[in-house]
Each structure stands twice: as structure tokens, then as C-alpha cells.
Design a protein around this ligand. Structure first.
Ligand code: PBG
Length: 326
């Protein structure tokens, strides 16, 4: 035996000893809070499948964002929910400067400025009437390059509205390079790109589709990855790095910790992981039934995601955790 005299329990004997030897940290600054802002509602609306998370009005968003920032979260990731009648085939409401997401970005930029890192989801699915993340051709396929041109317009409108970071989440090939070129040409050389680099076609996005009133019929398997493909996920990460990604993300988190570890091992830039809606809802539902302790399990999963290599974790618990940790 290699260490015959060693008794590991000595280093577990008191809370102070355990704190001294802790190997993974979880701090509020590591966490990004995803938030939803909806057009045409007067009151915040709780999302049935995500207890504790709501679609905000512009005003309630401002208050909740300020609270999360004072609690110490590292950043905010904003999703817009347009009125149903404003959805169309191209997702025009996403690039409209007066569309809900751009207006809300300007609100938060005015309130918070550089006190937080303001991020925006750079994708069309919230804004299209067919619910796909891109532009659909006459045969019903999502057209890669037409979609990238729309992503450039989205990213530029988000940067114009105050986003520090744009987050292309549609898994089009070449989306990072297209957006980098477009941002630079528009003078937004300082706007960073958080690339959803390895995003899997996942059942864990179910509650999110409620959260954004998604119109999707069918699935996203022609653009999101197959859950079993780890080698391909690393290829996606390398492509995004090559195209100029400032941060790369793996999504979902808990079922893909091996992919996260592998991405963390090769990435020269910060690696993020998204603990998605279904991960949140699953734990919340079990906790509501009294089957597990919610905060204990939430912290354990977030610690595990950090241990697997995430520098940054997007989680719907971000503001709560910031409160629990301080
Ligand atoms: C696409 C997008 C999705 C999520 C974030 N960005 C949904 C999808 O790909 O269907 C899911 C986030 C979550 O489930 O919490 N704009």
C-alpha cells in the first residue's frame, strides 16, 4: 500500500479543517443568472414548470437584476419573449431595436452599466413563429448561412443595446466567426462572444420551452448534437476557439460532466457550463415533495460542475446561491 500511515479522516475533523483543505470553490462571482423578459405583460408571470423563476416585465426585470447584482452574481444572461403576434419566419422582433430583448438590455445597461456583465442569448428561436433557432428554407430545413447572417444582425443589435457579451446558442457552423466579423465591422471590437460550443439536443430544455412560450414543433437534431458524441463535442469546441470565441460553453451540465472536463483540459479561454431548466426543475420538484433537500442538492450539483472544470456556471439558482453563500 502506498500510504500505510495516512488516515484521511484527520482532515475532515472540523468545519475549519474542511474549509482549509477544500479543493473546489463556489463563489457568487462564478454564477450567471439567466433571466426572461416578456413583452405585453403587466405582472411578472411565474413559469409553471420552473417554480421560483418568472417571465419578467421590464420593471420587475430591473428590480430583480439589481437584486442579483447586489447579491454578488457574476453576470446576467437575458432572454426575450416577444408577443406571439410579433413572431415571424425570420425572428424580426429579435433585431428590432424596439424589440423586448433590446429594450430590456438598454434598461439594464442604464441601471447597472459596468457593475455587472450583461449577456444576451443570440438566437432566433424565441422570435420565430416556427420556433427553430434559424431561418427555414422552402423544404423546411434550417439554412446555415442565411441563419448566420441573421445572427450577425442580432449580435450587433444586442451590442448596440448594451450587451457586454453575446451568446450564440443556435449551433450553426461558422456562427462565431460570422458574429466576430460582424461585431468588428460595426465597431464593437470589445464585445465578447460566449460560444455555446457543445450544445446537445436535450430533453432537459423542456421547461425552458415553456419559459419562452416556444412555438417549436419537432426537434433540433439537425443542429444540436447527439448526446453520445464526446469527440464531436471537442471538435465543436476547437472550431469555436479557432473562430475567435472568448469563452466556450458546454450545455446541459450534469449529464455532460465528462465533456466539460475534456473541454476544460483543452481550452485556453474560460469555460462555462449551463445548468439548464430541466436540471433546475427536477431538483426543485423533488425538493418540493420533501424527497431531497433543495439547497443542499443545488450546491452539490454546482460544486460538481465547478469540480468538472467550469469557470463559470449559468444557473437559475444564481441569486439564491449568492444569498446562501454570504
Ligand atoms: C436557444 C436556447 C435554449 C436554451 C438556451 N438557449 C433552448 C433550446 O435549445 O431549445 C435552454 C436553456 C434551458 O433549458 O435552461 N435559444
Amino acid at each position: 500500500m502506498a500510504f500505510p500511515r495516512h488516515r484521511p479522516r484527520r482532515l475532515r475533523s472540523t468545519p475549519a479543517m474542511r474549509r482549509l483543505v477544500a479543493q473546489t470553490t463556489l463563489e457568487p462571482r462564478h454564477l450567471v443568472l439567466p433571466m426572461f423578459v416578456a413583452d405585453g405583460i403587466d405582472e411578472p408571470r411565474e413559469i409553471a414548470s420552473m417554480p421560483g423563476v418568472c417571465q419578467h416585465t421590464r420593471d420587475s426585470l430591473r428590480r430583480a437584476a439589481a437584486d442579483a447584482v447586489s447579491a454578488g452574481v457574476g453576470g446576467l444572461m437575458l432572454f426575450g419573449v416577444p408577443k406571439n403576434e410579433d413572431k415571424d419566419a425570420y425572428g424580426s422582433a429579435g433585431t428590432d431595436p424596439d424589440g423586448i430583448l433590446n429594450v430590456a438590455l438598454r434598461d439594464l445597461d442604464a441601471d447597472l452599466g459596468d457593475a455587472t456583465v450583461l449577456m444576451a442569448d443570440t438566437c432566433l428561436d424565441e422570435f420565430t413563429d416556427h420556433g427553430h433557432c434559424g431561418v427555414v428554407d422552402e423544404r423546411g430545413r434550417v439554412d446555415n448561412d442565411t441563419t448566420n447572417r441573421r445572427y450577425v444582425e442580432l449580435a450587433v443589435s444586442q451590442a448596440d443595446s448594451g450587451a457586454h457579451v453575446v451568446g450564440p446558442s443556435g449551433m450553426m457552423d461558422g456562427q462565431v466567426a460570422a458574429i466576430r466579423d460582424g461585431l468588428d465591422a460595426a465597431g464593437h471590437t470589445d464585445t465578447a462572444i460566449l460560444a455555446y460550443a457543445a450544445k446537445f439536443a436535450s430533453g432537459f430544455y423542456g421547461p425552458f420551452r415553456d419559459a419562452v412560450d416556444s412555438s417549436l414543433q419537432g426537434d433540433r437534431r439537425t443542429y444540436q448534437q447527439e448526446p453520445g458524441n464526446a469527440r464531436e463535442a471537442l471538435h465543436e469546441v476547437r472550431l469555436d476557439l479557432d473562430e475567435g470565441a472568448d469563452m466556450v460553453m458546454v450545455k446541459p451540465a450534469m449529464a455532460y460532466l465528462d465533456v466539460l472536463r475534456a473541454a476544460a483540459d483543452i481550452s485556453p479561454v474560460p469555460v462555462a457550463a449551463y445548468q439548464v431548466s430541466g436540471e433546475y426543475s427536477m431538483i426543485s420538484a423533488a425538493a418540493a415533495n420533501g424527497w431531497i433537500d433543495g439547497p443542499t442538492v443545488a450546491l452539490e450539483t454546482l460544486t460538481g460542475i465547478r469540480r468538472a472544470g467550469a469557470n463559470i456556471v449559468l444557473t437559475y439558482w444564481a441569486a439564491d446561491v449568492a444569498g446562501w453563500l454570504t
